[in-house]
Design a protein around this ligand. Structure first.
Ligand SMILES: C[S@@+](CC[C@H](N)C(=O)[O-])C[C@H]1O[C@@H](n2cnc3c(N)ncnc32)[C@H](O)[C@@H]1O
Length: 222
């Protein structure tokens, strides 16, 4: 009798495990792959249409890789435009369980970005704000583990000063259009690269050969 009860219990446990494996796990995987298909189709459709100062595809891929590799979850983008870089960042955040706040001052670009985020299937991962980043970056409480600076270049150093206290150790501040070739690293953006290089609690470098993305990682406390 006891042996029979043990067999019934073992079968019930097996059934529960089977339901967990075949019922819930595949559903989560299905959702992720359905989103991947939707995002890829949208990026493919838009490939030659990004024309509002948007990052090139290679830099979008770099942003995606940085977020995913470091498992970042609390992201801020300064300068949405119509949403190309935001889509790459939010796509990575959809896999880490994170969310992006992105700021744009121009209303028509902001509205176009909202439509793009919806069409890509990523709207739930993005909080898009229509605002002047000079003010809003100061006001946002953070913390952030990833910040992408891509608005008015002359303000880059000010954005860095405003976000650094809100950046978590191990976090990354990335900045676009940093050109080693033209007028040194600092040309046109108030000496941004040199400013970041001189901060001893950051490791700053270019993200990759031929990219214009500077990345500064906040060192972890020892
Ligand atoms: C280079 S574009 C951003 C491109 C975008 N990151 C992408 O790759 O799709 C810079 C954007 O910053 C916006 N911008 C400039 N100054 C700003 C400010 N003070 N606050 C918010 N956005 C600003 C511009 O309107 C412009 O759309």
């Amino acid at each position: 009798m006891r042996k029979k009860a043990m067999i019934v219990l073992a079968s019930l446990l097996g059934l529960a495990t089977a339901i967990a494996v075949t019922g819930s796990m595949p559903q989560a995987a299905d959702k992720a792959s359905a989103l991947d298909i939707q995002v890829k189709a949208f990026l493919e459709k838009m490939k030659s249409r990004w024309a509002d100062l948007n990052v090139p595809e290679g830099d979008g891929q770099l942003l995606y890789d940085i977020v995913l590799k470091n498992n970042y979850k609390k992201a801020l983008e300064i300068g949405t435009s119509i949403g190309h870089s935001g889509i790459w960042i939010a796509w990575a955040l959809s896999k880490t369980g994170g969310k992006l706040i992105t700021i744009e001052i121009d209303e028509s670009r902001h509205k176009e970005a909202l439509a793009h985020f919806r069409e890509a299937g990523l709207a739930e991962y993005i909080d898009a704000r229509l605002a002047d980043a000079h003010k809003l970056v100061e006001e946002l409480p953070g913390p952030f583990d990833f910040v992408f600076s891509d608005a008015d270049k002359a303000w880059y150093v000010n954005y860095a000063k405003a976000v650094i206290p809100k950046l978590l150790p191990g976090g990354c501040l990335a900045a676009h259009n940093i050109s080693p070739g033209r007028g040194g690293f600092g040309g046109g953006n108030g000496g941004y690269f040199d400013h970041m290089k001189n901060l001893s609690d950051f490791d700053t470098s270019m993200a990759a050969d031929r990219s214009s993305l500077a990345v500064s990682y906040k060192k972890k406390a020892r």
